[in-house]
Design a protein around this ligand. Structure first.
Ligand code: LMR
Length: 396
């Protein structure tokens, strides 16, 4: 039965890890998969997470099934982190939140709900967007339409082009937006731009579908949620996928959540029942461990404070690395201005190399990045930044 299946190429992002690990060059640099790394190139368990895990281990009495929506305390944490504890949508019980297997699970579950609700729904996605958005959303059978976002020449958002494209949306369409730390460009909407997109959504009748995978890595937990909060305040409906992979460092635990804001509490309850029925048909219920850690940390004042401090230090280190790279590049050459890297946010930025230059830097210098020259800034450190800057200058 399966003999006709061809071998597929490695995943464009995850496949980079295997290639990097197989490389014997002692100077190799891993700027591929978006995971946070320390100065030593490690991705340690956050202290707040280790402490929470120790408590969980001591307190746990059962491994029986959780509720279909997952760990209630984690869903509460997800809502409060994303919307803020006093948001009108929370107070009005307008939000249906379910725990999901990571942010990917949330995106896919939302796509299934959208397809079930409206067979001809279309989702507008930014050009460029995270490589896995297309398979996650497209596999649900939804039509995807691209809207211009990042201007590779000016290293900025082409906001006029974005708004002009979104002017062609139809009522019932969804527009996928990155809450913060746009993956892959690092170029985020300003508060004024969020307000303008909100006005356009009101006027055109599209529903925002926001992916918030990096809350706390951009400008701060509250700042990074500006778009989510303002849109949920001003629009009747909103879809939000959140992930705890990066901000709690829980990557392999697959902890995330899907929140859907409805017009009122009754609609939110109906949405919740529909989402749970779809999840039951896909994977029954989400894994508990990662979400239990989030619940524990969020609801313990000391652990929450420790987590916020650790998140801040990850954010500040990435910001410092952006400046270090820009300084190292301007020491090596003056023909190209890389200062845009300092103005962007989160783990990623584009270097602006073409595919052939990306191959050259990989083959000649063992520097690993995705083919579109997206780099994970967290993979830079004091020992490799000069080597990296020299390698970049050699290939441009
Ligand atoms: C990335 O963009 O590198 C991360 O979100 C990891 C992934 O699953 O692609």
């Amino acid at each position: 039965m399966f003999d006709a299946l061809p071998l597929l190429p490695a995943d464009p992002i995850l496949g980079l890890s295997a290639a990097y690990h197989g490389d014997t060059n002692p100077n190799k640099v891993d700027l591929g998969v978006g995971v946070y790394k320390t100065e030593d190139g490690l991705t340690p368990v956050l202290q707040a997470v280790s402490k929470a895990e120790a408590l969980l281990l001591k307190e746990q009495t059962t491994k029986t099934y959780t509720a279909p929506a997952g760990i209630a305390g984690a869903n509460l944490a997800a809502q409060r982190l994303a919307f803020g504890s006093e948001h009108s949508a929370i107070n009005g019980q307008r939000i249906a939140t379910v725990q999901t297997p990571g942010g990917c699970g949330a995106l896919r579950l939302a796509a299934e709900l959208i397809k079930k609700t409206r067979t001809n729904a279309r989702i507008w996605v930014s050009t460029p967007t995270w490589a896995n958005h297309m398979p996650l959303l497209g596999s649900a059978g939804i039509e995807l339409i691209e809207y211009p976002y990042y201007d590779f020449e000016r290293h900025n958002i082409d906001f006029d082009a974005m708004m002009a494209a979104l002017d062609a949306t139809l009522p019932g369409d969804l527009v996928l937006l990155h809450a913060c730390c746009h993956n892959p460009s690092g170029a985020d909407l300003s508060q004024e731009q969020w307000l303008a997109v909100t006005e356009l959504a009101k006027h055109k009748g599209f529903t925002p579908f926001i992916d918030m995978a990096y809350q706390g890595f951009g400008q701060g937990i509250e700042e990074d949620a500006f778009g989510v909060r303002v849109m949920a305040e001003q629009l009747p409906e909103l879809v939000l996928a959140t992930s705890f992979s990066k901000n709690f460092g829980l990557y392999r635990e697959r902890a995330g959540s899907l929140s859907i804001v409805g017009e009122d509490a009754a609609q939110a309850r109906a949405i919740q029942s529909q989402v749970l029925s779809i999840a039951r048909g896909l994977y029954s219920m989400p894994p508990a461990h990662g979400a239990s850690i989030v619940d524990k940390i969020y609801h313990d004042q000391a652990l929450q404070t420790l987590w916020i401090t650790e998140l801040k230090s990850m954010r500040e280190r990435i910001s410092q690395l952006r400046s270090d790279l820009v300084a190292a590049l301007s020491q090596q050459q003056s023909s190209r201005d890389f200062s845009f890297i300092e103005r962007e946010h989160g783990m990623f930025s584009f270097l602006g190399l073409n595919v052939s230059q990306v191959q050259q830097i990989k083959q000649g210098f063992s520097v690993y990045m995705t083919d579109n020259s997206r780099i994970n800034i967290a993979g830079i450190n004091k020992s490799n930044v000069d080597y990296l800057a020299k390698a970049i200058c050699r290939v441009i």
